[in-house]
Design a protein around this ligand. Structure first.
Ligand code: ATP
Ligand code: MG
Length: 555
C-alpha cells in the first residue's frame, strides 16, 4: 500500500488514533445548519472532513444541524446537497439532528434522573444576570435544587406544551463558579412554539447546539468531530455530556476558520448583501458562496486546490483572495478553450484584401493542451479590433498598431497601418491597413519581424455578446474590521457591463458554464442568463493579478 502522510495537525491526530487503537476506522461529518447557502469557508471544512475520510479509508456523514426551527428551510437543504456534490464529494449517510429529537429527549431525562439537570423558571434576563462574568462566579438559581420527580414532571409538561416560550428552560447542573462560562449550568432545552421544517408541530421544545451536536456525533459514532476555533471553550461541555450520558466517546477537534481578504463570509452578512440588493442573489458571481463562485466560472478542482494549499491552522488568520484567483487561473490555463472576443471594438479595413474573400484560418484551441485540437476562424477584409490596440501618437515601446506600424493579427497575417478616420468628436471610427500576403501564420515567408500580436474578429461573422466584468465586491482588505457598516466599503466598480462585445462565430455554440480564455482579456464563462441569441459572459478572473500591481504602486 502506498504510504499516506499526514499533511496537517488533524491528520496527525487521526494517524495517532488509528495507530494506538483509539478508533479502528475514521468517521467524520460535515454539519451545516440549513439556514443559508454554503460559502468558500464551508468548502474548507468539506475538503477537510471528506479529505480525511478518503485518505484514511473512512466515511463522512452529511448531517443537517437543524435545531433552530425559525431560521431553517428545506430549500437550503437541497441547495447544500447540490453544492457538496458539485464540489465533488459524496456523503455516506444523510442525517438530521432532528432525527434524534426523541433520543435527545431520552438523554435529557437520563441526566435529570442522575440529578444532573433541572428545570429553571428564571427569565432569560435573570439567567444572564446570575451567570456572573469571567472574573466573578455566578449565582445558583433558586430552582437548582428541585427534586428529580419534580424536574421529570416539569420537563414532561414542557414537552406537552403546557408552557409559553421562555417560561422555563432545562439546564445542566454543573458548576456556577467554573472559570469556563459554558460550564455554568448551560441551557439544554428551550421552549419554542415554532413549526420545524421536518418535524412540523411535533415538538415545542428544542435542544440547544451544545446539547445536540455532541450527542448527534455520538449517536452516529463519529470518531473525529472537526469544528472551528470558536468551539474550543465548548469542548469541556461536549466531553461532560458524553461522559455523564455514558455514550460513544466522539471527540471534538478545532481548526481556524477561513477568512479571506476583500470578502465577508458570515451567512448573516451575506444575507444582508442579498436583501439590500447589493448583489443580485446568493449566486451573484461576486458572492463567496459556492453558487456564486460556480456562476463566476470557478471549477470544483480549483476550489479543492485552494483548500489544500491554504492548509489547516490552529490560529486565526486571513488568506489573500489572490491565492483563490491564482488557483482558478492555474486550472483554466490548462483546460479553457482560447477564443477571440473584442470588448471595445473599432473597425479595421484591409484595403488590399479582396472584398468577397473569406479564409478559414486554423487556430489552436489551447496551446497548453495538445489534445485540444484546432478550429477555423474566418478572416475577411473588414475586422474588429480593440480600440486600445491603436494609437494615433504612440509612445516609445508601444508595440501595437499606429500609423506606419506593423503587428500580427493572431493566427492570420502581419498588417501595416496606412491611415485612419475620425468623427466630429475626435473619436477614431476606422483604421486602414494593408496585409502582407506572404506572412500567413504557419506559412510566413515575409521575413518581417513584428513585436506585437493582437486579437480580432471578422466583421461579417462577429456575433454580439454581453460581457459582465466582475471585480472584488469590497474595496478594502478587511471590510469586517472597518468603522461603520461593512456595506460602506463595497467597491462601486465591482460590475461593469459591456453590452455589445463582438465574438468569433464559434462561440455561438457556447452553453451555460462553458469556460473560455478570451485571448489577452482573461477567463470567462457563459452565464445562465444567456439565451440562444443573447449570450452573456462573466469574467471569472483577469489573466494577471492586476491588484498585485495596484498594491505595489501604492506602497
Ligand atoms: P457562518 O458563520 O458563516 O454563518 P456557520 O458556522 O454558522 O457559518 P454552519 O452551517 O453551522 O455555518 O457550518 C457548517 C460547518 O462549516 C461547521 O462545521 C463550521 O465550523 C464550518 N464552517 C463555517 N464557516 C467556516 C469557515 N469560514 N471556515 C471553515 N469552516 C467553516
Ligand atoms: Mg453554525
Amino acid at each position: 500500500m502506498e504510504e499516506v502522510k499526514a499533511s496537517n495537525f488533524i491528520e496527525e491526530i487521526v494517524e495517532e488514533d488509528l495507530r494506538t487503537g483509539r478508533c479502528q476506522s475514521v468517521l467524520t461529518r460535515f454539519p451545516p445548519e440549513p439556514n443559508g447557502y454554503l460559502h468558500i469557508g464551508h468548502a474548507k471544512s468539506i475538503v477537510l472532513n471528506f479529505g480525511i475520510a478518503q485518505k484514511y479509508g473512512g466515511e463522512t456523514n452529511l448531517r443537517f444541524d437543524d435545531t433552530n426551527p425559525e431560521t431553517e428551510e428545506t430549500e437550503y437543504v437541497e441547495a447544500i446537497k447540490e453544492d457538496i456534490r458539485w464540489l465533488g464529494f459524496q456523503w455516506a449517510r444523510e442525517r438530521y439532528a432532528s432525527d434524534y429529537f426523541e433520543q435527545l429527549y431520552e438523554f435529557a431525562v437520563k441526566l435529570i434522573r442522575k440529578g444532573l439537570a433541572y428545570v429553571d423558571d428564571s427569565s432569560s434576563e435573570e439567567i444572564a444576570r446570575m451567570k456572573g462574568t469571567p472574573t466573578e462566579p455566578g449565582i445558583e438559581s433558586p430552582y437548582r435544587n428541585r427534586s428529580v420527580e419534580e424536574n421529570l414532571r416539569l420537563f414532561q409538561e414542557m414537552r406537552e406544551g403546557k408552557y409559553r416560550d421562555g417560561e422555563k428552560v432545562l439546564r445542566a447542573k454543573i458548576d456556577m463558579s467554573s472559570p469556563n462560562m459554558h460550564m455554568r449550568d448551560p441551557i439544554m432545552y428551550r421552549i419554542k412554539h415554532a413549526r420545524h421544517h421536518r418535524t412540523g408541530d411535533k415538538w415545542c421544545i428544542y435542544p440547544m447546539y451544545d446539547f445536540a451536536h455532541g450527542q448527534s456525533d455520538s449517536i452516529e459514532r463519529i470518531t473525529h468531530s472537526i469544528c472551528t476555533l470558536e468551539f474550543v471553550d465548548h469542548r469541556p461541555l461536549y466531553n461532560w455530556f458524553i461522559e455523564k450520558l455514558e455514550i460513544f466517546p466522539s471527540r471534538q477537534y478545532e481548526f481556524a476558520r477561513l477568512n479571506l481578504t476583500y470578502t465577508v463570509m458570515s451567512k448573516r452578512k451575506l444575507l444582508q448583501l442579498v436583501q439590500k440588493g447589493y448583489v443580485s442573489g446568493w449566486d451573484d458571481p461576486r458572492m463567496p458562496t459556492i453558487r456564486g463562485l460556480r456562476r463566476r466560472g470557478y471549477t470544483p478542482e480549483s476550489i479543492q486546490d485552494f483548500c489544500e494549499r491554504i492548509g489547516v491552522q490552529k490560529r486565526e488568520n486571513i488568506i489573500d483572495v489572490s491565492l483563490l484567483e491564482f488557483c482558478i487561473r492555474e486550472h483554466l490555463n490548462k483546460i479553457a478553450q482560447r477564443v477571440m472576443v473584442v470588448l471595445d471594438p473599432v473597425k479595421l479595413v484591409l484595403t488590399n484584401y479582396p472584398g468577397a474573400q473569406v479564409e478559414w484560418l486554423p487556430t489552436e484551441n489551447n496551446p497548453e493542451d495538445p489534445t485540444a485540437g484546432t478550429r477555423e476562424v474566418p478572416f475577411t477584409r473588414e475586422l474588429w479590433i480593440e480600440r486600445e490596440d491603436f494609437m494615433e501618437n504612440p509612445p516609445k515601446k508601444y508595440f501595437r498598431l499606429a500609423p506606419g506600424m506593423s503587428v500580427r493579427l493572431k493566427s492570420a497575417y502581419i498588417i501595416t497601418c496606412t491611415g485612419f478616420e475620425k468623427n466630429d468628436q475626435g473619436e477614431i471610427t476606422t483604421i486602414y491597413a494593408e496585409y502582407i500576403p506572404q506572412s500567413r501564420s504557419g506559412h510566413d515567408e515575409s521575413a518581417m519581424k513584428v513585436k506585437g500580436t493582437i486579437h480580432w474578429v471578422s466583421a461579417t461573422h462577429a456575433i454580439p455578446v454581453e460581457v459582465r466584468l466582475y471585480d472584488r465586491l469590497f474595496a478594502v482588505e478587511n471590510p469586517d474590521e472597518q468603522p461603520g457598516e461593512f456595506t460602506d466599503y463595497i467597491n462601486p466598480n465591482s460590475l461593469q457591463i459591456v453590452s455589445r462585445a463582438l465574438a468569433e462565430p464559434s462561440l455561438a455554440k457556447a452553453r451555460p458554464e462553458d469556460r473560455f480564455q478570451f485571448l489577452r482579456k482573461g477567463y470567462f464563462c457563459v452565464d445562465p442568463d444567456s439565451t440562444a441569441d443573447h449570450l452573456v459572459f462573466n469574467r471569472t478572473v483577469t489573466l494577471k493579478d492586476t491588484w498585485a500591481k495596484e498594491m505595489k504602486k501604492q506602497s
